[in-house]
Write a protein that binds this ligand. Structure first.
Ligand SMILES: NC(=O)c1ccc[n+]([C@@H]2O[C@H](COP(=O)([O-])OP(=O)(O)OC[C@H]3O[C@@H](n4cnc5c(N)ncnc54)[C@H](O)[C@@H]3O)[C@@H](O)[C@H]2O)c1
Ligand SMILES: O=C(O)C[C@H](O)C(=O)O
Ligand SMILES: [Mg+2]
Length: 472
């Protein structure tokens, strides 16, 4: 099994050396800690102090700390900063805006800008639909967050959410050629978020809501879907649910079970948990038990959270009560969209034969894969360093590609179902096995099939405003 600890890290250590220390002290300190120096740069030099960047290969984070400590112990050496390659790729952010045509002279200038641009503005003023032909609207979406449920890190605020939103924008571009802008809002007020997104909507062909905590995410999405004529899609709900359904479709082929007979436990009844449950119910699953931090969502109990009230009426037909242990007894499938380390080996031992476990909390799953593996038939996580990556990255690029191609006004249930079937179909029957239930995110068929399925479903269900898409 792969593990991130096995990966060598290349770190850059910025040091300040006073006259008490020389480069050879640095080399010795790093050598004593078994670090491997790859490159040395001088950043600043004066008579009594030199600043150098030393690039060092280390085995893992613990080894990195050992190298740092060895340097810190030496007289005359001050460690100013340590960056690893992950931090380095984030320097200055991960995306930029590029012009499609150069502006080389006054003639160019008068076309792309004033006075030429004015005629284009007037044309759009006369017919606002022309924004789709004459601006970036047709290929551009906003990735909007309030930073309240960033990965499994929780409410870390809008600035800290930026790296994830930039990452989503990168993936939209690379995988589906969709231009996406990260928009991180400094408010968690439902009405203010709705007002703000409504106000910026004219420039966008779609809105991808991201990492907004439940239950506010449900209200925000519902209001925006009602009010806007462009698709609004909460990725953590539907992007995840689509990939989970695709994974379950393929997993049950391996274990020979049917949707109707599955006993499913969903852990974490937030954005992702509710959407996964709804999609599985729509696909024919009858017995789902939801568990959140206070235990099972009980049928018939009154909940203040309107989504939990809905959940209590539509799941848990056996009326189970108690904690995860009570829920998981006899379960065929565990779907984790909660927090790290909530699932134990003892829980796994209570499951039915051939357990299917999707432990999808990011960045650390509900159970460490190496612990779970001996006790499950099929294991999937949200991470890219293990087999079976169940991550919404498999769905959101293709879903928006298809929706934009169809100039859809919405992303509806049929479009999501088409996306799930398209993802599942990328693994051929003869390829299917326990370690391969879901295609790689790098499989080019995924976006192709998902976008086609989604665009066709948009036309079929009457939400497309561009039927020619079918003849592409
Ligand atoms: N792999 C993927 O594609 C993917 C997609 C979406 C979300 N996720 C992960 O799923 C998790 C939840 O995301 P979300 O957007 O639904 O967040 P959310 O904040 O809307 O929901 C999280 C839910 O988990 C519950 N929870 C917390 N601790 C728990 C515990 N010990 N036991 C049971 N429930 C507990 C919370 O009360 C909340 O209801 C995060 O870790 C996120 O990274 C993964
Ligand atoms: O960002 C991811 O990797 C998946 C998902 O959107 C999450 O919030 O965890
Ligand atoms: Mg997310």
């Amino acid at each position: 099994m792969l593990g991130s600890n096995a990966t060598a890290l290349s770190i850059i250590i910025r040091l300040q050396l006073t006259e008490d220390a020389s480069y050879s002290d640095v080399a010795t300190a790093i050598g004593e800690a078994d670090g491997d120096i790859i490159a040395v740069d001088v950043i600043h030099a004066s008579k009594d102090n030199v600043v150098r960047d030393i690039t060092v290969n280390v085995r893992n984070h613990e080894h990195q700390v050992r190298v740092e400590n060895s340097l810190r112990k030496r007289n005359g050496i001050k460690v100013i900063n340590v960056s690893d390659r992950t931090f380095l790729v984030h320097l200055g952010g991960k995306i930029e805006v590029q012009a499609k045509t150069p502006v080389k002279n006054r003639d160019d200038l008068s076309r792309v800008y004033t006075p030429g641009v004015a005629r284009v503005c007037e044309a759009i003023h006369e017919d606002p639909n022309k924004a789709y032909q004459l601006t970036t609207k047709r290929n551009t979406i906003a990735v909007v967050t309030d930073g309240t449920a960033v990965l499994g890190l929780g409410d870390i605020g809008p600035e800290a959410a930026m790296p994830v939103m930039e990452g989503k924008a990168m993936l939209f571009k690379q995988f589906a050629d969709v231009d996406a802008f990260p928009i991180c809002l400094n408010t968690t007020d439902v009405d203010e978020i709705v007002r703000t997104v409504r106000a910026i909507a004219p420039g966008f062909g779609g809105i991808n809501l991201e990492d907004i905590a439940a239950p506010r995410c449900f209200e925000i999405e519902e209001a925006l879907r009602r009010e806007l004529d462009i698709p609004v899609f909460h990725d953590d709900q539907h992007g995840t649910a689509v990939v989970v359904l695709a994974g379950i479709m393929n997993a049950i082929k391996i274990v020979g079970k049917s949707m109707e007979d599955l006993n499913v436990v969903v852990c974490g009844i937030g954005a992702a948990g509710v959407a996964c449950s709804k999609m599985l119910l729509a696909a024919g699953v009858k017995n789902i038990i939801g568990v959140d931090r206070d235990g099972i969502i009980e049928r018939g109990r009154a909940y203040e959270n309107p989504m939990w009230a809905w959940y209590a009426e539509n799941t848990n037909p056996e009326r189970r009560q108690g904690d995860l242990t009570a829920a998981i007894r006899g379960a065929d499938v565990f779907i984790g969209v909660s927090r790290p380390n909530v699932l134990t080996v003892e829980h796994l031992k209570l499951m039915a034969s051939d357990p299917i476990v999707f432990a999808m909390a990011n960045p650390n799953p509900e159970i460490e894969p190496v612990k779970a593996e001996p006790y499950v038939r099929i294991l999937a996580t949200g991470r890219s360093d293990y087999p079976n990556q169940i991550n919404n990255i498999l769905s959101f690029p293709g879903i928006f590609r298809g929706a934009l191609d169809a100039r859809a006004s919405d992303i509806n249930e049929e479009m999501k179902l088409a996306a799930a079937c398209a993802i599942a179909s990328c693994v051929r029957e003869e390829e299917l096995n326990e370690q391969y239930i879901i295609p790689s995110v790098f499989n080019p068929e995924v976006v192709k099939r998902v976008s086609k399925g989604v665009a066709e479903a948009a036309v079929r269900t009457g939400v497309s405003r561009r039927e020619a898409v079918l003849f592409k």
